[in-house]
Write a protein of this length. Structure first.
Length: 335
């Protein structure tokens, strides 16, 4: 792994306009309603790493993923790839370079195309290999994701959930992207299948040197897969560190709560999906100061006034530990 960032997210914000239609608003004398999904996100993805992006549902992970692949415009900020800002309208070549794998392998594949037809079309449209090599390349792609040659002539409906996710990964890899954005790719799969798909992501990083942003709502899923972890809360990154470091020494109370919600070995109560106590505040009306203060057991008076930015705390093995907590350096052991 080198340290050069392959992708940089620079102060990216996204608000959704969720107002009623204009006429209805005039009639009811309503204002426009804006929902803040992302609010100044900064993040770096380094070549050859798997970076986890973790946060509970509604924190803005999918919004960021969609902005990264260009299917959603940012309200503010920019995405920089290999040192150049990506323009709002991406051409075919720029679109090719960042690919997405979605959570739901059922709805993300065209049920009317065989795997071979789907892959061949992509290979031709993006001119990845000469026409004479399309067959061979299709075979290479399915074996890369651990499927047999037979898979090429089947339709998505003939596969299990895990196999479909393998096909979705093969489709993303077909155009030889620099970066893969995987948006909760195992969340819809049975626990027994999840581990095999996680192994596949690890082998893709090792064999292809692929750079991956791996999104999850659960820290346990990413612990053994990712080199670094970024924690997102209500549209902001609140902590970033190497995976071992963040588990051993979390420096944001929200990260601590996420770690505490991971079930212990042998616990089959489903506690992995538990989230920190309390409901997140409304994204229509974000709290003043630190946006975690209404739920934070360590909140002090200053936390209601000051909005902490993401600041470096320490560095180990070339990985900087960043936290957006005013008390990051003096967090008590327990509340
Ligand atoms: N198309 C949309 N229109 C309006 N609000 C949206 C839209 N997509 C997402 N949101 C809202 O934006 C916030 C972030 O959502 P999302 O990015 O899907 O979070 P996550 O993937 O972390 O669950 C949530 O409050 C969600 O309700
Ligand atoms: S700044 Fe204050 S409220 Fe926010 S996470 Fe830190 S201690 Fe908690
Ligand atoms: Mg999501």
């Amino acid at each position: 792994m080198t340290d050069a960032p392959v992708l940089e997210v620079d102060d990216v914000a996204k608000t959704y306009d969720v107002s009623a239609p204009l006429l209805q608003r005039l009639f009811r004398q309503q204002q426009r309603t804006l929902l803040t999904a992302l609010d100044g996100v900064d993040l770096e993805l380094r070549r050859g790493e798997i970076l986890a992006l973790v946060g509970e549902s509604g924190s803005g992970k999918s919004t960021l993923a969609n902005i990264l692949v260009g299917s959603l415009p940012a309200t503010r900020g920019q995405v920089v790839q290999d040192g150049s800002a990506i323009p709002a309208r991406r051409d075919k070549e720029l679109s090719r370079r960042i690919q997405m794998v979605f959570q739901d392998p059922y709805s993300s594949l065209n049920p009317r195309l065989t795997v071979r037809a789907m892959l061949s079309e992509l290979l031709r449209v993006h001119d990845i290999v000469p026409r004479s090599e399309v067959r061979k390349e299709c075979l290479r792609l399915v074996s890369l994701v651990g499927l047999d040659e037979d898979a090429l002539d089947a339709y998505p409906g003939q596969f299990s959930g895990g196999q479909r996710q393998r096909i979705a990964i093969a489709r993303a890899l077909a155009v030889r992207p620099d970066v893969l954005i995987a948006d909760e790719p195992v969340s819809a799969l049975d626990v027994s299948v999840q581990a095999t798909i996680l192994e596949l992501f690890a082998s893709l990083r090792d064999e292809l040197g692929l750079t991956i942003l791996f999104i999850a709502h659960n820290l346990a899923v990413v612990q053994h897969l990712c080199q670094r972890v970024a924690v997102m809360y209500l549209g902001r990154i609140v902590e970033v560190a190497g995976t071992d470091e963040i588990f051993a020494n979390p420096r944001h109370p929200y990260t601590r709560a996420l770690i505490a919600s991971i079930p212990r070995m042998g616990d089959t109560s489903g506690a992995a999906d538990l989230v920190p106590e309390g409901e997140p505040p409304s994204p229509y009306d974000l709290p003043t100061g630190c946006r975690y203060h209404p739920r934070c057991p360590f909140a002090e008076a200053q936390c209601r006034e000051l909005d902490p930015s993401l600041r470096p705390l320490s560095e180990s093995a070339g990985r900087v530990h960043l936290s957006a907590c005013l008390r990051a350096s003096d967090l008590p052991e327990s509340p």
